[in-house]
Design a protein around this ligand. Sequence first.
Ligand code: IMP
Ligand code: MG
Length: 178
Amino acid sequence: MLEIRGKKLRLVIDEERIKRRVKELALELERELGGGEPPVFIGLLKGSFIFLADLIRELSLPAVVDFMRVSSYGSGTESSGEVRILKEPELELKGKKVVLVDDILDTGLTLKRVKEYLLEKEPAVLKTCVLLDKKEARKVPFEADLVGFEVPNDFLVGYGLDWGELGRNLRGIYAVEL
Ligand code: IMP
Ligand code: MG
């Protein structure tokens, strides 16, 4: 039985299902973005790093990678929903096909803010792609263009997602039994 800090972990999505779904997402992206210049994949640190790494290796297209980091609104600023950009992308995005990648869409505050920020860079195309979508947890309306799995409103860890920085290196996705 896997545990983190004495809390039991319940398997929600196993490694094989993730692998199959990541392949499907990559195929979908190839269909939508194939031809022309290589798309720029922008991962949100830190949660997206494993998903992004697997996703781009399933693509049979050339791809370019960049990262952003945003502040979490979690401590104290929850009501304001303020999301600050801590690290901007380093590559030029104007006129490029851009894919914003994150681990999980929860309240929607992060991706809404980051999408607005990226649109100001005037990409030719902007797609949003998340592995997990907690639809019930939305505080602002937001839908991603590509979603791996819809998940219930549990606290999840694994495959890049953490609970207090632990759990990112688990191969599957688990609910923390709080
Ligand atoms: P949102 O702004 O609430 O949509 O937040 C998305 C961010 O919150 C994600 O990038 C995750 O880092 C974090 N997050 C939301 N739900 C979970 C969860 O169940 N486990 C771990 N991190 C989560
Ligand atoms: Mg995150």
